[in-house]
Design a protein around this ligand. Structure first.
Ligand SMILES: C[S@@+](CC[C@H](N)C(=O)[O-])C[C@H]1O[C@@H](n2cnc3c(N)ncnc32)[C@H](O)[C@@H]1O
Length: 415
């Protein structure tokens, strides 16, 4: 079924456009904010329809020709076809609408820290085909799109991509290894490659012989096993005058140009001279950059906790504890016993467990700084804190992900 002349009035987080027809909401793939289009319905749901764009009827005033040649097919960047100022406005609306819908909070204006538009990412993940060529996934599908470059990867990764492709081609074509995914990470000077796939002894020997002392730090990942081929298995980063070790599989904020802005904002909201509990602390970059000493960090990834302890030593902390633990098991007693003054939270997209919110609010902690990469779960969690006696004091956003509808928010709540 085809529906004609739908005006695109919004963009949701996965990049699809929103239109209305006869009172029904339609989510449309490949739509541009502000355009009028015809679309084919691909799914009828109870409260909405899903559709795919067939043709643009009236071009959006915010349209720009996407500067990346893979844009039409690649699923990586969903809004590169509208100008950056409009991207920022859409992200503000995304956060404002989520707050209004879930927490019934209306904010008139929301400040958002803008980013460098291109070449900002210090990490990209690519699919590798049997010939060793590098691919992203196609829009809304699991088919591959072969790429030779990526406009949002940082300059160092971008400039090395063809050489890295040569390595994956060589290994997949000339050895018995099968690399199926590659993650490329970098700091200012070094590149680390995580080659994921199947490696038998013969291919391991081949890779060791040919790549043990090349210019890249290389790790092989086969199931749960990580084998360091060259380098030391980690990268070092400097943030706000502090130095950090981040191992191959640990989380690290992806936007080189916004990390300091993000942490400085959280630091400003948090204030000084307090003992914090940093939940979802990763390798303690957030704990140490935001608060310095007097910190307890909790993180589920055991290896990240090893790095957190090393990072505490590197940066001269004296009063710290980093625990490998699921944050949802933190309880009121623990918060009280440890004499915590304030809590920082930086969960994955799913947001916070209800029991954790209960433990935090029962402990009557005065100040909470919540860093979130998902406006929907953030708004849901703010509402849960509000229901338990907390108020939203401050909120600001940081654009960590230009060309996509993803955005980071930093929130201060108090009792
Ligand atoms: C968005 S990252 C933030 C890390 C850190 N705050 C930073 O800025 O680098 C979220 C972290 O939460 C960790 N994590 C995921 N689920 C968790 C859980 N249930 N309990 C504790 N940590 C968890 C992940 O391993 C990841 O390191």
């Amino acid at each position: 079924m085809i529906i004609k002349d739908i005006k695109i009035i919004d963009i949701i987080q996965d990049g699809r456009g929103v239109g209305k027809k006869d009172g029904k909401t339609i989510f449309i793939e490949n739509a541009i904010f502000g355009e009028v289009l015809d679309a084919e319905i691909i799914a009828f749901k109870k409260n909405y329809l899903e559709a795919r764009k067939i043709q643009t009827k009236i071009q959006s005033q915010y349209y720009r020709k996407p500067p990346c040649p893979y844009f039409d097919e690649c699923g990586g960047c969903s809004i590169m076809d509208i100008n950056y100022q409009k991207q920022i406005e859409l992200k503000k609306n995304l956060i404002k609408n989520a707050l209004k819908k879930s927490a019934k909070i209306e904010i008139s204006d929301l400040e958002i820290m803008e980013s460098k538009e291109f070449h900002y990412r210090n990490k990209i993940r690519l699919k590798v085909d049997e010939n060793g060529n590098l691919n992203y996934l196609k829009n809304y599908s699991d088919q591959y799109v072969a790429i030779k470059n990526c406009l949002i990867a940082n300059e160092l990764i971008s400039n090395n991509l063809s050489e890295i492709t040569k390595i994956s081609r060589d290994i997949n074509l000339n050895s018995s290894a099968k690399i199926d995914e590659i993650t490329i990470r970098s700091n200012n000077s070094d590149i680390l490659l995580n080659l994921q796939g199947k490696f038998d002894q013969e291919s391991l020997n081949y890779i060791k012989e040919n790549y043990s002392d090349g210019k890249y730090k290389i790790n092989l990942i086969d199931g749960k096993k990580l084998i360091v081929i060259s380098g030391n298995g980690y990268l070092e980063y400097n943030i706000l005058g502090k130095n950090f070790k981040i191992s191959a599989l640990d989380f690290y904020q992806v936007n080189d140009f916004q990390i300091e802005n993000l942490y400085s904002l959280a630091k400003e909201f948090l204030g000084e001279n307090q003992k914090i509990l940093d939940l979802y602390c990763g390798s303690a970059t957030s704990s140490i950059a935001i608060n310095g000493d007097h910190v307890i960090g909790v993180e589920i990834n055991k290896n990240a906790i090893k790095d957190a302890n090393e990072n505490a030593k590197r940066n001269g902390l004296k009063n710290y504890k980093f625990l490998a633990k699921n944050a949802k098991y933190i309880d009121e007693k623990f918060i009280k016993n440890e004499k915590i003054d304030a809590i920082t939270l930086d969960p994955p997209r799913a947001g916070l467990d209800k029991d954790l919110i209960k433990a935090i609010t029962d402990s009557k902690i005065q100040k909470i700084v919540y860093i979130s990469c998902n406006p929907q779960t953030l708004a849901r969690d703010i509402k849960r804190f509000m229901d338990r006696g907390y108020v939203l004091k401050k909120i600001k956003a940081v654009d960590m992900f230009p060309q996509t509808m993803h955005v980071e928010s930093v929130v201060l709540m108090s009792k």
